[in-house]
Design a protein around this ligand. Structure first.
Ligand code: G3P
Ligand code: CA
Length: 267
């Protein structure tokens, strides 16, 4: 028998705080996630990697510059990663929002994010480079279960998982089909998926995420016809967020969740 895909809420424009409220605080830190929650985001978005000693960490890049060397996350331990200071880069590049407090921030383990927020927030997790980290899907599911984050309620799903990797998403679907899965795309031109690709998607995915400059009403309508949700990334200006809402997008990845929440509440 066919296994049912998980569903996302109807008629709800989801504000997905991209790397936390990352326009205002160092991305992927507890400070950025806390701010995102205070601003009323529906989800905190985080990219996942795995250290040499098997710890899952929230972080965008596979390689980091610290101790004057570029190092792969996969080749260093979690303790070694603590030498990287996310606040320093943020303070240098964002003088308007810089704060001395941010210098104390460190890269966080997923487990600590779960301990910190528990089930009081919703998580939108990206399997970033799953090929580099065999077993990462299994470990993520273990942690989600251990923290009771997979129990369903009537609200929006507690956890959504996204990836550019179809393999990784299918792997998760096979182990835990209750989690809504979002297949990510980056289109050079206007977004389009062949009938064959849509058929493939419908085996496991609940929606698609895609670069905002490729989004058209035609594409959104085509996805909706198939029962797939559409989440464009990454949008920080009010005008475009309002336009996406009008076009029928089902949510938006944004570094400025305060703006998206304001637009959403205008409705
Ligand atoms: O996850 C989709 C969105 O976050 C865009 O990708 O590179 O910012 O993780 P990235
Ligand atoms: Ca991401």
């Amino acid at each position: 028998p066919t296994v049912e895909r998980a569903s996302l809420p109807d008629d709800e424009f989801l504000v997905i705080a991209h790397r936390g409220a990352s326009a205002y605080a160092p991305p992927h830190t507890l400070a950025a996630y806390e701010l995102a929650v205070q601003m009323g985001s529906d989800y905190i978005e985080l990219d996942l990697h795995m250290t040499k000693d098997g710890k899952l960490v929230a972080l965008h890049d596979s390689y980091l510059m610290f101790q004057d060397t570029e190092q792969a996350v996969a080749d260093v331990t979690f303790n070694e990663l603590q030498l990287y200071l996310p606040g320093e880069e943020f303070n240098e590049t964002n003088p308007r929002y810089a704060s001395p407090i941010y210098k104390q921030l460190r890269i966080v383990e997923l487990e600590d994010i779960f301990l910190h927020f528990g089930d009081s927030v919703n998580y939108y997790i990206e399997m970033k480079s799953p090929n580099k980290y065999p077993g990462i899907e299994k470990e993520l599911l273990r942690q989600l279960r251990a923290n009771n984050l997979l129990s369903s309620d009537d609200g929006i799903p507690k956890v959504v998982i996204q990836s550019f990797s179809e393999n990784s998403l299918k792997n998760i679907f096979d182990m835990e089909p209750s989690i809504p899965l979002i297949k990510l795309y980056s289109f050079d031109k206007e977004a389009h998926l062949s009938k064959k690709k849509v058929r493939q998607l419908l085996k496991y995915a609940s929606g698609v995420g895609l670069n905002v400059d490729s989004v058209t009403k035609k594409f959104i309508d085509a996805m909706h016809k198939e029962g797939l949700d559409v989440h464009p990334f990454t949008v920080n200006d009010e005008k475009t967020i309002r336009k996406l809402l009008k076009l029928g997008a089902d949510g938006v990845f944004t570094d400025k969740p305060d703006i998206a929440v304001r637009v959403k509440n205008e409705e």
